[in-house]
Design a protein around this ligand. Structure first.
Ligand code: PLP
Length: 370
């Protein structure tokens, strides 16, 4: 199903066949910066970029990290081809086949796929829709299992949009020290918050046990395929793994994005984009208010999606094929866990404006779940 959703480009759109032809002004500016960087390219097309990635882009990332409480420098970043690759490199660096990794449940299905691919064992820790991973359960789990790594999304976790409170973060890092865990921070939604942008977990990581993973996919462009990883004590190993698996990243793309950030284009894009997301989330909540079935929906202040809990008899997994016949692609709750739980849940994205066609699709979906 994961592959089917991705093949239909539907991870964040109920109606991928009805794409709205909008080009945001910020994206036009981004494309210009990339075009200029491409035209500047002289002999560099005959050379590989350095393994860790373009120094200017890494400097821009370091400058931005300071806004989120983390005084990083450029050498602490390695450029990747997206957050999924960052997570992959992080898991490769800290685990070997058969090791146990703790994840949030519900949590990002891409991580579950990685764990399967790397033949790692998964232990799911319940996550609250508001405050994320339940640290008490993690603590108890660590007493029973030899867990090597823990993957968390402290800022606007998918699928719920939960934000981990400061005191929970402190407890998580204390547990990491006590049990010698690697904490893999998936921060891909961090910059999307419209009320506030939470600090990174890395900001309070005194033991260098946090591997920070992120990308531009959620807040700028999914098509750039540009992400980064800051590997803490495992950083050199991660750069080596990137070198082995990819050799290098595209230099002109990185330079174009670095210019876009340096010229202030990214900050102004983010300001406008967050406000659109906020309006689209509000609109979705209003539309859900008209559904004929009782439901509970999260109302996150960041991220691209919310989590809807329907009556227990609804099975969103079997609904997938039914909605597909009408061109509607849903993201069933069971994708977000290996346990078979959450079969009455759905992740619904508000990444796109609620135009007539999407409103009609959402209405049709409400009829099908009733
Ligand atoms: C929580 C989370 N992490 C990582 C990724 C992968 O991101 P990227 O497109 O940068 O590889 C996604 C994409 O859906 C995601 O939702």
């Amino acid at each position: 199903m994961f592959q089917d959703i991705m093949t239909r480009s539907a991870a964040f759109d109920l109606l991928p066949d009805h794409r709205s032809e909008v080009t945001l002004p910020g994206i036009v500016q981004l494309n210009r910066s990339i075009g200029r960087a491409l035209r500047r390219q002289s002999a560099s097309f005959q050379y590989y970029d350095e393994p860790a990635g373009d120094p200017e882009l890494r400097s821009q990332l370091a400058l931005r990290s300071a806004r989120r409480g983390w005084a990083a420098d450029a050498d602490q970043f390695c450029i990747t081809s997206g957050c999924q690759q960052s997570l992959f490199l992080a898991l490769m660096a800290v685990c070997k086949r058969g090791d146990v990794v703790a994840v949030e449940a519900p949590g990002f299905y891409g991580v579950l796929q990685l764990l399967e691919q790397l033949q790692l064992k998964v232990v799911e820790i319940p996550a609250s829709p508001n405050s994320g991973m339940d640290i008490q359960t993690l603590e108890e789990t660590l007493q029973t299992w030899d867990v090597k790594a823990c993957v968390v999304s402290p800022a606007f976790a998918t699928p719920t949009g939960a934000v981990m409170p400061h005191e929970t973060r402190v407890r998580l890092l204390a547990l990491a020290d006590q049990h010698q865990l690697a904490i893999i921070e998936d921060d891909i939604y961090g910059d999307s918050g419209w009320l506030n942008v939470p600090d990174t977990l890395k900001a309070i990581d005194e033991s260098d046990r946090v591997i920070h993973c992120s990308s531009f996919s959620k807040v700028l462009s999914r098509d750039l395929r540009l992400g980064w990883v800051s590997g803490g004590r495992w950083h050199q190993q991660i750069v080596q793994l990137k070198l082995t698996s990819q050799l290098a990243s595209s230099r002109f793309l990185q330079q174009g994005v670095a210019d876009f950030i340096a010229e202030g284009g990214y900050s102004s894009f983010l300001r406008r984009y967050r406000q659109s997301l906020r309006q689209q989330r509000d609109h979705l909540l209003t539309l859900l208010g008209d559904w004929p079935v009782p439901l509970r929906a999260t109302a996150p202040n960041g991220g691209l999606a919310l989590w809807v809990e329907l009556p227990p008899e609804v099975d969103t997994l079997s609904l997938y094929a039914e909605t597909l016949k009408e061109g509607i692609v849903i993201t069933p709750g069971s994708l977000f866990s290996v346990s078979g739980k959450f079969s009455n849940c759905l992740r619904i994205s508000f990444a796109h404006p609620w135009n007539g066609a999407r409103i009609a699709a959402l209405h049709r979906l409400s009829e099908l779940v009733s």
